[in-house]
Design a protein around this ligand. Structure first.
Ligand code: NDP
Ligand code: 2IT
Length: 444
């Protein structure tokens, strides 16, 4: 058995009931095979892969809070501090009823490679809770966030671990979390990113993940003598990442014809009117269905199946495993040419393989959505300098980072004779920096 297969078997055996974590590890280890083969003895002697797949630490805790009816609720809280070889742990917090240890470990594992690809000094981590902010009052969300931070504050800090947003955690939640951290610790420090602009946040952080997806997509197109003008796109989800991916790709001349949420999808052949989506999602915290009530010619379909809409570009920006093999087959049959993952691991392993084998240019999430965490690192830099950069300055840096990520990923794929295989390229390029740092720091 190869070293990578051995380590994968060990991960499955030692982490039962964690299918998402197994999936993320499998994708990475399969990609690394070509690198490991060249130096197997050294990697084995240092147990590099065994260390890479084991989080440095997982903190899990009880989160009790009182709802608006006076009833005591209890949720699970977690922080997975996965790898600090190249910098303090960095990664988002997810509040969603599906959250469990498997999901947070897969996200933390992905984050290690993603953060390495940004070129910035940030290690990988992830956290969250099975709390569902949907339908809760602002007071309930505040009560939950304060209780969550009352425990989490012991394990984080500006030079230790810097959480941010993810699904279900946006500006409102970061505000409540920050307020409680400051109150307990008595420190005004950059311990969270995605902060508001009047209290240490960075311009463009809100837009960064979605913009970054489109910046790297533009690089892929250019590298193949193409551009985004006149393309038809489908963007899944209608949250933070989806909204700003739509904004940027529309600016570059494409037409987005469909978006969704977990209930269903809207199709608007005239092109999605983003101001209406923003009003529904960012202001009213409503459902995407309302778009069809407000826009003539738009059609709402309940349930899954957004991939049935014909497009040149498909940007999955909702959640893990939203696009499976059948969806991938439909995209290919309809002539889709580009898939860039705004979400983390939104495509199943079989779906990814099918897309790649059928000529779709596929950029995995750990490269495509790295603009969010990269801009979080820029927020950390500004906090350390006690300065704020202009929107133009941050946006230019973001673009530069995404162009560099494309270059690294593209070059790594070519170096191992797998041109255009951006999955292999991203995993190898991300791995090399982390492993170099791990080797230098000894057996820790
Ligand atoms: P939001 O909470 O802002 O939005 C999530 C969107 O995805 C909502 O439209 C939501 O619909 C939809 N969604 C969630 N779960 C499902 C599901 N099971 N089926 C269908 N749709 C679903 O989160 P973000 O936009 O921040 O995050 C989206 C993805 O991007 C996640 O995978 C996240 O990990 C990733 N990401 C986020 C970054 C960031 O900076 N925010 C950075 C990098 C990656 P509904 O309202 O119905 O739940
Ligand atoms: O998945 C991700 O990269 C994020 N949710 C953003 C993390 C961050 O620290 O900005």
């Amino acid at each position: 058995m190869s070293y990578t297969d051995e380590v994968y078997a060990r991960v499955v055996a030692q982490n039962p009931g964690e299918p998402e974590f197994h999936q993320a590890v499998k994708e990475v280890l399969d990609s690394l095979q070509v690198v490991i083969d060249k130096n197997e003895e050294e990697y084995r002697s240092l147990s590099i892969l065994e260390r890479l797949v084991e989080p440095e630490r997982i903190i899990s805790f009880r989160v009790p809070w009182v709802d608006d009816n006076g009833v005591v609720q209890v949720n699970k809280g977690y922080r997975v501090q996965f790898n600090s070889a190249i910098g303090p742990y960095k990664g988002g917090l997810r509040f969603h009823p599906s959250v469990n240890q498997s999901i947070l470990k897969f996200l933390g594992f992905e984050q290690v490679f993603k953060n390495s690809l940004t070129g910035l000094p940030i290690g990988g981590g992830k956290g969250g809770s099975n709390f569902d902010p949907k339908g809760k009052s602002d007071r309930e969300v505040m009560a939950f966030c304060q209780s969550f931070m009352t425990e989490l504050n012991k394990y984080i800090g500006a030079d230790q671990d810097v959480p941010a947003g993810d699904i279900g955690v946006g500006g409102r939640e970061i505000g409540f979390l920050y307020g409680q951290y400051k109150r307990i610790k008595g420190l005004y420090e950059g311990v969270l990113t995605g902060k508001g602009l009047t209290w240490g946040g960075s311009l463009i952080r809100t837009q960064a993940t979605g913009y970054g997806v489109v910046y790297i997509l533009d690089e892929i197109a250019k590298a193949h003598g193409d551009n985004l003008k006149g393309k038809t796109a489908v963007v899944t989800g209608s949250g933070n990442v989806a909204i700003y991916a739509v904004e940027k790709i529309t600016e570059l001349g494409a037409t987005v014809v469909a978006m969704c949420d977990s209930n269903g999808y809207v199709y608007d052949p005239a092109g999605i009117k983003l101001d209406i989506v923003k009003d529904i999602k960012e202001v009213k915290r409503g459902r995407i269905k309302e778009y069809a009530d407000r826009v003539e010619g738009a059609v709402y379909t309940e349930g899954k199946g957004i991939w049935n809409i014909k497009c040149d570009v498909y940007l999955p920006c909702a959640t893990q495993n939203e696009l499976d093999l059948d969806g991938a087959k439909t995209l290919v049959a309809n002539g889709c040419k580009y898939v860039a993952e705004g979400a983390n691991m939104p495509t199943t392993l079989e779906g990814t393989q099918y897309l790649q084998e059928n000529g779709v240019l596929f950029m995995p999430g750990k490269a495509a959505n790295a603009g969010g965490v990269a801009t979080s690192a820029l927020e950390m830099t500004q906090n350390s300098m006690r300065l704020s950069w202009s929107a133009e300055e941050v946006d230019a840096k973001l673009k530069d980072i995404m162009q560099n990520i494309f270059k690294k990923v593209d070059e790594a794929a070519k170096k191992y004779d797998m041109a255009d295989n951006y999955v292999v390229g991203a995993n190898i390029a991300g791995f090399e920096k982390v492993v170099d740092a791990m080797k230098a720091q000894g057996i820790v």
